[in-house]
Design a protein around this ligand. Structure first.
Ligand SMILES: Nc1ncnc2c1ncn2[C@@H]1O[C@H](COP(=O)(O)OP(=O)(O)OP(=O)(O)O)[C@@H](O)[C@H]1O
Ligand SMILES: [Mg+2]
Length: 352
């Protein structure tokens, strides 16, 4: 474990109070250990970094860590959320403008590129940049120069560029929406954030961390989750990754009942049709089919219960199974045992 990474994480914990401790950020899975080693290696080199991975995997946290490890760590960390700024405004937001550059430009304004001088510029969702902006960014990466809108001369900045994306930029290049030369420039170091389902060994640590964090934050006393529920959490495939797990534990802490978690862990239709298959190794058709069948059964039971206003006797009749069998299946599928609990879970989910 690199002491540079350790120090930097602890200083972030102190300064921001929100970055989780190192053991939580990296966990113990092989993929995250490899990420930590890579991060330690690139610490001193002031090269562009591209962080990619599904939504909710922690790209933001890692971008901040990259900054805190860089030679310009005492400089600014400037984040630009590209999709959040409408296309026409993004250029002036990024590169700034001179007085009279366009109607309404009564004064001059520096862009975020300038604000990040001697610090890091974090471009989140980089695939959202349109082609003209991609060209301007390419120039910045090539010679550290850029031009404010309406300016006569170029300006020079020293800035570390960190980009993030949850799309495959190679596909965007193929589609003609992302410049290949820009891709090579931003992708000097590549950091891959594995999805939570590829690092299941870290789920327990994360659950424990969020439980403690939100118990403290909301002044609650939610107990550790039961081993049964932990097993469900370990098996779920987490399309929303750590963000989804965090929200789930937050609800559990506030409501104090595990039913809210069970109610949340329903597979979506698309998950049933495309189960999480890892083609690297042998595939068990039997296992996958069993999982999909169980998920489908759970969905049907839930629907029938709903149609009968949670009257389990009527639901059992409709499903043509015994009442006892239905009770067993409800418990086995981790569904709320009765309507009151289901409603409590639903209300909170909606209010959240
Ligand atoms: N390793 C981690 N330890 C604790 N919390 C984490 C970790 N990774 C992510 N989180 C939490 O999960 C949530 C999502 O993380 P983050 O915003 O960094 O994801 P992201 O990959 O940037 O997602 P998006 O692509 O949607 O922007 C945040 O609330 C963050 O605090
Ligand atoms: Mg993000």
């Amino acid at each position: 474990m690199s002491s540079a990474v350790t120090n930097s994480v602890s200083s972030l914990v102190q300064s921001l109070g929100e970055i989780p401790p190192e053991a939580v950020v990296f966990g113990y899975s092989e993929a995250m250990q490899a990420l930590r080693d890579r991060l330690a290696k690139i610490a001193a080199a002031n090269v562009p970094v591209l962080i990619h991975g599904e939504s909710g995997t922690g790209k933001d946290i890692i971008a901040r860590l990259v900054h805190s490890l860089s030679p310009w760590k005492s400089g600014p960390f400037v984040k630009v959320n590209c999709p959040a700024i409408p296309g026409t405004l993004l250029e002036s937001e990024l590169f700034g403008y001179e007085r009279g550059a366009f109607t309404g430009a009564y004064g001059s304004k520096p862009g975020r590129v300038e604000m990040a001088h001697r610090g890091s510029l974090f471009l989140d969702e980089i695939s959202e940049l349109d082609m003209p902006l991609q060209s301007k960014l390419l120039q910045l990466l090539q010679d550290g120069q850029f031009c404010r809108i309406g300016a006569q001369a170029d300006k020079k900045v020293e800035v570390r560029i960190v980009c993030a994306t949850n799309r495959r930029l190679e596909d965007e290049i193929e589609n003609g929406t992302f410049r290949q030369d820009l891709f090579y420039r931003i992708n000097v170091v590549n950091l891959y954030m594995p999805p939570l389902r590829e690092r299941r060994g870290d789920i327990a640590t994360l659950v424990e961390y969020f439980l403690e964090h939100y118990n403290r934050k909301y002044n609650c006393k939610a107990r550790p989750v039961t081993p049964e529920l932990m097993e469900v959490l370990q098996k779920y495939h987490w399309p929303g990754n750590i963000r989804e797990l965090e929200n789930l534990i937050k609800r559990y802490v506030i409501l104090g009942t595990e039913d809210v978690i069970s109610a949340d862990l329903q597979p979506r239709d698309s998950d049933l049709l495309s189960p999480d298959i890892n083609f690297d190794g042998p595939i068990s058709l039997k296992k996958l089919t069993r999982q999909a069948t169980r998920a489908l059964e759970r969905k049907i039971i839930l629907k029938v219960l709903h149609n009968h206003h949670w009257n389990r006797k009527q639901a059992a009749r409709t499903l043509n199974i015994s009442y006892r069998a239905l009770l067993y299946k409800i418990r086995d599928a981790g569904l709320p045992p009765n309507r009151a609990k289901k409603e409590a879970a639903k209300t909170q989910v909606a209010a959240d």
